[in-house]
Design a protein around this ligand. Structure first.
Ligand SMILES: [Zn+2]
Length: 179
């Protein structure tokens, strides 16, 4: 396990970006998988997520994970057409709807970032509503924000002034291991 490399990657990501969005780890898939190489990749990914989470917190950055089930690879980032299938060995593809050519990982990372920023925006709005409800004494806080390292309020402030954001795709990170 190349822990030093993982630290290097997470440090770089946190240093260079105000907002970092990653995919959630598919624990179920991990448990079902018995191939060693794949398992090592998954463990590395899990470790990277842990590092990103605490380093982002220390540095006052925003780290957020989108749902495992979001079709980040199969969605065209230009027109949002969703492919039925996109086998792992296909590295570039052309959207049948808008005919844009995509690099699999770059397209997926763009989708992850877009989805994450939209989720954060939704959380911010939920927070506004729940604050109002709380003030009026009618309800409790939304538990959605537990998924966030920081409260949605501070996130929204940062989103406004943030210069750089990044979406992180699992495959992309695994690739950099093998180099
Ligand atoms: Zn398209």
């Amino acid at each position: 396990m190349r822990l030093d490399l993982l630290h290097k990657i997470s440090r770089k990501l946190v240093n260079e970006n105000q907002v970092i969005i990653a995919e959630d780890l598919n624990i179920e898939g991990m448990l079902k998988n018995h191939k060693l190489a794949k398992a090592i990749q998954d463990v590395s990914w899990g470790e990277l997520i842990i590092q990103l989470r605490y380093k982002a917190e220390w540095a006052g950055r925003t780290f957020y994970q989108i749902s495992t089930w979001f079709p980040s690879s199969k969605t065209c980032n230009d027109c949002h057409y969703i492919m039925d299938k996109l086998p792992l060995n296909i590295r570039t593809w052309i959207c049948p709807n808008c005919h844009t050519e995509h690099d699999r990982d770059i397209n997926a990372a763009k989708n992850i970032l877009e989805k994450g920023l939209k989720d954060l925006e939704d959380l911010k709005n939920d927070q506004k509503i729940s604050n109002k409800i709380e003030k009026s004494g009618l309800g409790t806080k939304s538990d959605l924000k537990q998924k966030l390292v920081e409260s949605p309020t501070s996130v929204s402030k940062k989103l406004k002034k943030s210069s750089k954001q990044v979406g992180v795709k699992k495959q992309e990170i695994s690739d950099s291991f093998q180099k």
